[in-house]
Each structure stands twice: as C-alpha cells, then as structure tokens.
Design a protein around this ligand. Structure first.
Ligand SMILES: [Zn+2]
Length: 377
C-alpha cells in the first residue's frame, strides 16, 4: 500500500518533469537544451530570457536534429529538472551517496533518493528521480505514520542470558538491519525528528547500549564500526573504571570514534522514580538533581562532548524526574517501554525496546516497528 503510493508519487513526479522535456523535444526549439551543471543542480535554473525580446544579434539556432539522428543520452546526465525534482540517468559510478552529494549537497541524504524511488541501490542506466524539495518531517501518510524503534542492549558475551547477547547474535542482527533496508540513525536525529526539524528514513532505527560494560567496547563497537552504524552508549558514571565497567580512556576512544555517542544513565543507577524511606521531597529532589547533573558534568569534562539525551535507570521515571531532566537541558530521555516512537511521542518518555539473549532473528524482526497502519482520511 505504502510502496504503491510512493511509486505513484514517483510516477507523477517523473511525468511532471519529463512532459515538458518530451514537448521540448517534439517541437523545434529556438535554443539547444543543455543540462545544468551538476554542482548547481539544487538551485532553480536561471530564468530564460523573455520570448518577446529576443537578443538583437542572436546566433541562428541550430537546425533541430530528427529523432532518429539524436544520440541516446549519456549515462550520468541530467534528463530533466525543475524546481522540485531532477531526473538523472545513473552513470556507472553513481551511488545513492554520490547522487545525494551532487544534487542535494549532502551525501548522507542518499536514503531520501532510496525511499522516493523504492530502491536499495543505484544501477547504471536507471532513471532516478531526485526530489529537491520533498520533505515529510513527521512521517505521516494517508494510511498511517512512521514510528522509530530504539533498540536497547546491555551486555555481550558467549554465554547468552536475558541481558547478555552473544557476539554472533549481535553480528547477525546488525547484518539483518544492513541487508533489509533499515537505516541506523543517531539519537540526536530523533530529537530533531520530534521537533519537526528533520525527516528520517522510512526504516529508521536507533541502537543504544546501557550501563557501560566492557563488552560494549570489545564486542559491539567493532561490529557497529564495520557497518558504519552509530549507536548511543548510556553510562552511569559510578560504574566507570570498575572491574566490569569501561575506563575513561576507553570511553574517550569510543566518543571520538564517530561511532559511539556516550551519554548519561545517571550517577549511581538508583531507581529515580522512588524516594528513599524517610526522604522528604526536598532531599528527594536534590538526589535526583545530582543523579542527572553529575554524570552530565563528568562526561562533558572527561570526553569533551555535547550532552543531549538521558536514559532512566531501569527505564523508570515520574513527573519530578522528567521535570529535573528537562531543567538540566536534555533534549530527549528514554524509558524501556517497548514500541516505536512516532513524531508526536513525548520526548522525555521515549519508548525503547530491549533486545534479549534469547531473541532469535524472528523475534528481533518483530521488535522493529517502523510504521503503524491507521486510516487517516
Ligand atoms: Zn541500566
């Protein structure tokens, strides 16, 4: 259903752009049509001189060639272009990234071309429609809306347990994402999505790991790096440097890798949603503030990174905890309630889906909810 809508949208765009080109070819044109320079493709074409005022000494236009004499367009050329779309004939070296870099000014937006054309890769000779202005930052369609799953891991090791995923299972899960058109996005992109600032790929998914176990560095990091997947590591700072926890040096290496975004998961991993026995409201509020503020300061000092997201220990929060997290300038915060996040999700109680050691690939696939069907008309 959704694919059909995308295809019909693509067909409509193709027709809208190609029709003037077909007419231009069928009717003798006073000036030869030259494709715009690739580097300026994202800008609207320069307006043609007014037809009523031809240049006084314009050179005589070349005699239009008959159709049979016209050479087929070269691979890699722009077939047609208007303000909203450009149509290209893919060349042998073209990729989603190279087309996005050339026409959208940003190689990382290749997913936009993939989603619009319902393709995973570009083949030489393929007609590709590149939307120059199309954006759907909320991910809402007539038949439902996008939801973004945030996966939550803890530890990795050879003996699987509920909270321990084997290296092989993790590698298989990352392969599954790569081979099935999922696009891993960082948490900061989800913050932008929730504010209506950024469209996300249709099959966007985020990867997070909690606590700061050594296996996040020794097992998950190389596999993520191999795929070019970015993930967020939520660390509670009392754990850093302990026998099972990562060291500051390892965290620093992760934080500068471009693969792992290290973010706070409290100071002591206490359940923030519960006051201690005999603790009055002021003392409780102060304790939550310390649990939220101290790791923020320590991570920023040690790792020199911007802090923007918080994961509640055990996923637990209440109104006071959310209020403190908001006050401390976090943009989003995550629970461990299962499910995907639509654009209207509350940013301080985001859903995250735990991946367990016993999950096989079918169970894993079942946790990747990227779209919720709903008749919206
Ligand atoms: Zn935790």
């Amino acid at each position: 259903m959704r694919l059909r809508k995308t295809l019909s949208r693509k067909a409509g765009a193709l027709a809208a752009v190609l029709l003037p080109l077909v007419l231009a070819c069928a009717i003798p044109h006073p000036r030869p049509v030259s494709p715009p320079a690739p580097t300026t493709a994202a800008k609207p074409p320069a307006p043609a001189p007014p037809a009523s005022k031809p240049a006084a000494k314009a050179p005589k236009p070349p005699k239009p060639k008959r159709v049979s004499e016209r050479a087929p367009p070269k691979l890699g050329t722009v077939l047609a272009k208007d303000r909203e779309y450009v149509v290209v004939l893919a060349g042998p070296d073209d990729t989603l990234r190279s087309l996005a870099a050339r026409h959208l000014g940003d190689a990382s937006r290749g997913w936009l071309i993939a989603d619009f054309n319902s393709i995973d890769r570009v083949a030489p000779g393929q007609e590709i429609v590149i939307p120059l202005t199309f954006e759907n930052p909320t991910g809402v369609g007539v038949d439902g809306y996008q939801t973004v799953p945030i996966l939550c891991y803890h530890r990795f090791g050879d003996k699987p347990a509920k909270m321990v995923v084997t290296p092989k299972a993790f590698a298989d899960q990352m392969d599954f994402l790569a081979q099935n058109g999922y696009r891993v996005v960082p948490m900061v992109d989800i913050a932008d999505f929730l504010q209506g600032k950024r469209a996300l790929p249709q099959r966007a998914v985020a990867i997070t790991m909690d606590d700061g176990y050594k296996s996040a560095y020794s097992v998950a990091y190389p596999i993520l790096k191999q795929h070019g997947f970015q993930a967020t590591l939520y660390v509670y700072t009392d754990f850093v440097g302990t026998s099972e926890g990562l060291t500051w040096a390892q965290l620093s290496e992760l934080a500068t890798s471009g693969v792992i975004d290290v973010q706070p998961h409290s100071k002591s991993h206490a359940n923030l949603a519960q006051a201690l026995p005999g603790e009055d409201l002021d003392a409780y509020r102060q304790r939550i503030t310390d649990e939220v503020e101290v790791p923020r300061r320590l991570l920023a000092e040690h790792l020199k990174i911007p802090i923007h997201t918080f994961a509640f220990p055990y996923g637990n929060a209440n109104d006071l905890v959310v209020e403190v997290v908001q006050k401390e300038d976090y943009r989003i915060a995550a629970t461990v309630l299962r499910g995907g996040n639509p654009f209207f999700a509350y940013p301080y109680l985001l859903r995250r889906t735990m991946i367990f050691g016993e999950d096989d690939l079918d169970a894993f696939r079942g946790k990747l909810e990227v779209f919720r069907s709903q008749r919206l008309r």
